[in-house]
Design a protein around this ligand. Structure first.
Ligand code: PMP
Length: 433
């Protein structure tokens, strides 16, 4: 069955599929960290639905919440009408948000995917400000629809001004650490304030507090505050894309809490749906400038996703999983850093909470610049393959796909974390041979 399904789907489905190329598995059952394939093999899943499974696969509280809706006789399709399920979800979500935002917030259900919510956020700030331009960052990822794609790193929409995203040892100016972040902040200020070389006042700035697809790059807290101050002083709405960093992933319920920054708009998806599709924006009520009907859509009221999401948010809050992600993530990070001495290909280990990246570098290749060792995409692909052979699912991202990313569920136990790291170390050793 396994081979037949893989073969038929590879013929029928578009070659644009991302995950299927590196993960030739046919999942048939899953629970927590574990996925079982049609061939009977079991895998530890550290991709977690691209970061959406805060509680792992099929968590009992999520299944229970879904069953409750199914058994209640509530309509499954409700357009964007008010329902008790939506009310409960919204109440739970608002209880988790930074107070300053929650006390004066509006919510717009966008669904089903993160990219839809990014579109809504861009449209909202353009409507509210009457301006067109957007400030976005190198290496950013906001989704695959037109506006979100333009905001992502490397795209070329003329309305988007690309600002450097600060990065530890590898910043766009070739300067690492605090000085790199300082330079990145100054460049942003210069672009906004220089009457000759600068850009017209933009509609907004969009950033990820930790770049995910871009290679797990946490923004320094000081730099985040700098971006907040810079946008606030010029009445530029700040959009925090917390699609991947949200729901305790980084060791705070929302990643903006690390810096204390309160954005004007938060873009939320992935984990807020408890593994089902759900995406919203939450924003300062003062931005709510669009007229009735300005942002409609048929699938905005997914009852099952809202129930699963509310159960997930409540479970994360009650069980203090943000603290757990912070502690366990720090321990895994330092254990991975401990591997660096024996593995020169591990150029950098970084992350925040349970959002961890290992950047692989090729020290034999000629260096392109003084600060960044050349990336090693072939080694990273080999590590991913060797991980899969050992029953560990990891994803790649970042510079030329040379960063191995770990996004385990927040429910990861100490024993599971040890098993993940053992398999990763074995895979690394095998890939280096
Ligand atoms: N923003 C960020 C930060 C993301 O990580 C992603 C997905 N990886 C998206 C937006 C897009 O979400 P989706 O894939 O659900 O459209």
């Amino acid at each position: 069955a396994h081979e037949g399904i893989l073969r038929r789907q590879s013929l029928r489905e578009s070659a644009a599929r991302t995950y299927a190329r590196s993960l030739p598995i046919v999942p048939v059952r899953a629970r927590g960290l574990t996925i079982e394939g049609a061939d009977g093999r079991r895998y530890l899943d550290c991709l977690s639905g691209a970061g959406s499974l805060a509680l792992g696969h099929n968590h009992p509280v999520v299944l229970e919440a879904i069953k409750k809706v199914l058994d209640s006789g509530a309509p499954l399709h409700v357009l964007d009408l008010a329902t008790p399920v939506k009310d409960a979800f919204t109440t739970e979500l608002f209880a988790t948000l930074p107070r300053q935002l929650a006390d004066d917030a509006r919510i717009q259900f966008c669904g089903p995917a993160g990219t839809d919510a990014v579109e809504a956020a861009l449209k909202l700030v353009r409507t509210a400000t009457g301006r067109e331009g957007l400030l976005a960052f190198t290496g950013a990822y906001h989704g695959m629809t037109a506006g979100a794609l333009d905001a992502s790193g490397g795209a070329t929409d003329v309305r988007v001004t690309r600002l450097p995203f600060p990065h530890g040892y590898r910043c766009p100016f070739g300067i690492g650490g605090d000085r790199g972040a300082e330079m990145a902040a100054r460049w942003a200020e210069h672009l906004l304030d220089d009457p000759k070389g600068g850009v017209p006042a933009p509609a907004g700035m969009i950033l990820e507090p930790v770049q995910g697809e871009g290679g797990v790059i946490p923004a320094p807290d000081d730099w985040m505050r700098r971006m907040r101050a810079l946008t606030a002083a010029r009445s530029i709405p700040l959009i925090a894309d917390e699609v991947q960093t949200g729901v305790a992933r980084t060791g705070a319920f929302w990643a903006v809490e690390h810096s204390g920054v309160v954005p004007d708009v938060m873009v939320l998806s992935k984990a807020i749906g408890g593994s089902l599709p759900l995406a919203v924006i939450v924003y300062r009520s003062g931005l709510d400038a669009w007229p009735p009907g300005a942002h409609a859509g048929t699938f905005r009221g997914n009852q099952l996703a809202m129930a699963a999401g509310a159960a997930t948010l409540a479970f994360v809050r009650e069980n203090r999983l943000a603290d757990r992600a912070a502690t366990l993530g720090a321990r895994m990070l330092s254990q991975l850093q401990g591997l660096c001495a024996a593995h020169p290909g591990m150029g950098d280990v970084r992350g925040r909470g349970l959002m961890i990246g290992v950047e692989l570098v090729d020290l034999d290749a000629p260096a392109a610049d003084a600060v960044a060792p050349p990336p090693a995409p072939a080694l990273a692909a080999a590590v991913q393959r060797e991980c899969l052979r050992r029953g560990l699912i990891v994803e790649l991202g970042g510079r030329h796909s040379s960063v191995v990313r770990l996004l385990p569920p927040l429910t990861l136990t100490d024993e599971q974390a040890a098993a993940v790291l053992d398999r990763f170390a074995d895979a690394l050793a095998a890939a280096e041979k």
